[in-house]
Design a protein. Structure first.
Length: 124
C-alpha cells in the first residue's frame, strides 16, 4: 500500500479519536473527563508512532494502535453495561466501533507490509 492511503487512514483514525474525546469532554463529570484524557493520550501516542522517524518508536508502533482499539472496545462495553442510554451515547459508540475497525485494518496493513512480496509460482 502506498504512503498516501496510510496517511489518510491515520488521519481518519485521529479525527475520530479527537471527536470522541471532545464528546466525552462536553459531557462533564470525572468519569467522562478521564475517558477523554485517555483518548487524547492514546491519540497523541498513535500520532507519535505514525510520524516520528525514530526507529525504536517505529518498532513499537503497534502498541498505541492496539491500545487505542482496546480502549475503545472497553469504553463500548462499559457503556453497554452502565449506560445511560441516549442518542449522543449511541453516536459516540458508532464512532468508537469505527475506530476499532480502522485500527484493526491499519494493523493488518502494517503486518502485511512487513512481509516479503509474494511471487507467483513458476510455471514449467
Amino acid at each position: 500500500m502506498t504512503t498516501t492511503p496510510r496517511i489518510l487512514l491515520t488521519g481518519v483514525i485521529l479525527e475520530l479519536t479527537l471527536a470522541t474525546a471532545i464528546i466525552h469532554l462536553t459531557l462533564g463529570g470525572s468519569l467522562f473527563l478521564l475517558n477523554a484524557a485517555g483518548y487524547l493520550a492514546l491519540g497523541a501516542a498513535y500520532l507519535a508512532a505514525a510520524t516520528l522517524p525514530i526507529q525504536s518508536i517505529r518498532h513499537l508502533a503497534w502498541l498505541p494502535k492496539a491500545g487505542l482499539a482496546a480502549y475503545a472496545a472497553v469504553t463500548i462495553g462499559a457503556y453497554l453495561i452502565v449506560g445511560p442510554y441516549f442518542t449522543l451515547g449511541w453516536v459516540t459508540k458508532g464512532i468508537e466501533v469505527a475506530i476499532v475497525l480502522l485500527v484493526i485494518a491499519d494493523l493488518l496493513i502494517e503486518t502485511d507490509a512487513g512481509h516479503a512480496p509474494r511471487r507467483p509460482p513458476r510455471s514449467a
